[in-house]
Design a protein around this ligand. Structure first.
Ligand code: S3P
Length: 178
């Protein structure tokens, strides 16, 4: 038996709209390993929508719920976790995540992200009120890029390819199993 305390889960990180959730689901289908989206987990455990958490309590409070969620999820035996795009801003969350998970960064071009996020404001309160959404996305990506790079064990370019191809790329990069 291997050391079960070390990187036994798989976590997907990357900017909003890079495809963490759809790719995580595809990986789950292919491997039979359970999948959890941290935003959905927070909504279910607290009975409140992400948009309402931000509106009523602010971003700092959301980050504390995110840290609490990752603490629970990272303790699982073997799961695939899709993180929220801003989890990398909280070093506490990332310390927990990187200890228990192999971290895969889904790296995308701003153009792809902008296209994917064109009409998506559900769960994305940080983009909802922007006058110039494209400019804000480029700015936020620029600010966070080094964090995604810093925490990634593996980086996968997701600017091209289908969800099926991208999930196969990840499986190949991690040696075929989670
Ligand atoms: C956020 C990303 C969202 C969600 C919240 C904050 C961010 O998750 O956690 O709106 O700061 O980038 P997705 O990356 O799944 O959109």
């Amino acid at each position: 038996m291997g050391d079960m305390s070390y990187k036994r889960n798989l976590a997907l990180i990357g900017f909003m709209g890079c495809g963490k959730t759809v790719v995580g689901r595809a990986l789950s289908r292919k491997t039979g390993v359970d999948f959890v989206d941290s935003d959905v987990f927070i909504e279910l455990t607290h009975g409140i929508k992400i948009n309402d958490i931000f509106r009523k309590h602010g971003e700092d409070y959301f980050r504390s719920l995110e840290a609490e969620a990752v603490n629970i999820l990272a303790n699982e035996e073997k799961i695939i976790i899709a993180t929220g795009g801003g989890m990398v801003k909280n070093p506490d969350s990332m310390e927990i995540l990187t200890k228990a998970c192999r971290v895969v960064y889904l790296k995308s071009s701003p153009e792809t992200i902008i296209k994917n996020l064109k009409n998506a404001t559900t769960n994305r309160p940080l983009l909802a009120s922007a006058n110039n959404k494209e400019e804000l996305i480029r700015h936020m990506m620029g600010e966070r890029e080094h964090l995604y790079e810093k925490y990634a064990d593996i980086t996968i370019d997701v600017s091209s390819g289908t969800v099926n191809e991208i999930s196969d790329r990840i499986l190949k990069a991690i040696g075929g199993k989670i």
